[in-house]
Design a protein around this ligand. Structure first.
Ligand SMILES: Nc1ncnc2c1ncn2[C@@H]1O[C@H](COP(=O)(O)OP(=O)(O)OP(=O)(O)O)[C@@H](O)[C@H]1O
Ligand SMILES: [Mg+2]
Length: 392
């Protein structure tokens, strides 16, 4: 994955609620439990020592059960609340150092927040609903309408711009809400349980819409949910909170295959890994060797340290050699079947295990994994896929 610059940097944030948070910080830092602090001092730990690097242009999901501190955490990002300790930097700027005027401008143009349900104004048309916020933020009417129409088109509602909300289905109304949220010029979108109130079919549709829109817009989206499936579906990165503490941050594949602790492991136990984990994540590194350099001794020596060799010609994978095929066919046997191995199959690193499985079935259980430019990056075997699916 490309290394995007950090958009929001969260540094050791603590938020304690109560009459005198500063007075209890010492015990909080010393590790007093949330329940004990509440019992002894009547203070509530909202967030405890959370640090995060949120990359630009990605969808970053914050997940956790009710009360785990998700809303408290993201309200720091646009300074709806101030931390008891720690810092938040947005594009390198400390939000605590902003003046009132800077903060107003920041909330209006840089970071916008979407709450539980996209409520539409019933007496305004679709278009009026979408441009409403743009006009408030000072855009001219012509600009706002142009921008609004683009967003309506993006969510597939062209032709409905002059309808009223009650003339649309529930799902269409939600899409208008999404269009409105995405129409702002804000580079950062904070979405707090935006889809939670929706019925499951509409919710799935909205998740797809968001993914589709995000692939084009590449905003920095911080999306809160308490739903694991939703997190795994839409998050490029996922942070999991429990009792105000950060338990794990990673891609969906990371979290499913390498849960950081027992809590996470129990959480993800029943997820269908085959649909989520990507091939790139379980690929084994392989040595790459141009066809012109191939010799038996070279192969034997490379296979001491690598599980496989990808023989390339003009940068493209042509053949896989591993200990197994070398032992079975011998070097001469392997090289005699031409430069192309007939059943060589390449699978994109972003494919899911499920998608790879039938392909592997028709390629002797081994295939080349390629990046988006079809360059080989490793190999994948049926065995590795099965192990990963079993949650090994
Ligand atoms: N203003 C407040 N005063 C006192 N305690 C608070 C306040 N806001 C949040 N809390 C407490 O902080 C903790 C984290 O709450 P928060 O609302 O951030 O959780 P959440 O993960 O967003 O939960 P939900 O999924 O229910 O929205 C909870 O124990 C909550 O009771
Ligand atoms: Mg919340």
């Amino acid at each position: 994955m490309a290394n995007n610059p950090i958009k929001i940097k969260v540094e050791n944030i603590y938020k304690v609620f109560g009459s005198d948070p500063a007075a209890v910080m010492e015990s909080v830092k010393a590790g007093i439990s949330k329940s004990e602090l509440l019992e002894k001092n009547g203070h509530v730990i909202g967030v405890r020592d959370v640090s995060l690097d949120i990359p630009a242009g990605k969808t970053f999901v914050i997940m956790g059960l009710s009360g785990s501190g998700k809303s408290t955490l993201i309200r720091h990002f646009n300074r709806l609340i101030d931390p008891t300790a720690g810092r938040i930097l947005v594009d390198g700027e400390n939000v605590m150092d902003m003046s009132e005027a800077e903060l107003r401008d920041f909330r209006r143009h840089k970071i916008s927040m979407v709450f539980q349900r996209f409520a539409l104004l019933p007496h305004k048309t679709v278009l009026e609903n979408v441009v409403y916020g743009l006009l408030i933020s000072g855009m001219t009417k012509a600009e706002a309408i142009e921008k609004g129409m683009q967003q309506i088109d993006l969510v597939g509602l062209s032709g409905f711009e002059h309808r009223y909300p009650n003339q649309l289905s529930g799902g269409m109304q939600q899409r208008v809400g999404l269009a409105r949220a995405l129409a702002t010029d804000a580079e950062i979108l904070l979405m707090d349980e935006a889809f939670s109130a929706l019925d499951p079919l509409i919710r799935n549709d909205m998740q797809d819409q968001l993914k589709e829109l995000q692939s084009r817009l590449q905003k920095t989206i911080v999306f809160i949910t308490h739903d694991l499936d939703e997190a795994l579906r839409i998050g490029d990165n996922i942070a999991i909170l429990k009792d105000g503490e950060l338990r794990q941050v990673g891609t969906a594949s990371d979290i499913l295959l390498n849960p950081a602790d027992d809590y996470i492991e129990r959480f993800v136990r029943d997820v269908n890994r085959a649909r989520i984990v990507t091939v790139g994540f379980v690929a084994e590194a392989a040595a790459s060797l141009p066809l012109s350099d191939v010799s038996e001794s070279r192969c034997v020596s490379l296979l001491k340290d690598n599980s496989a060799i990808i023989v390339t010609k003009d940068g493209q994978a042509k053949k896989i050699i591993n200990r197994d095929t070398l032992a079975r066919n011998g070097f001469q046997g392997l090289m005699s079947n031409g430069t192309e191995l007939q059943d060589l199959i390449c699978i994109n690193q972003d494919a899911t295990l499920e998608e790879s499985f039938s392909l592997l079935g028709s390629s002797n259980g081994i295939a080349v994994v390629t990046d988006n430019k079809t360059h080989p990056v490793g190999v994948i075997t049926s065995e590795a896929v099965l192990n990963a699916m079993a949650g090994k």
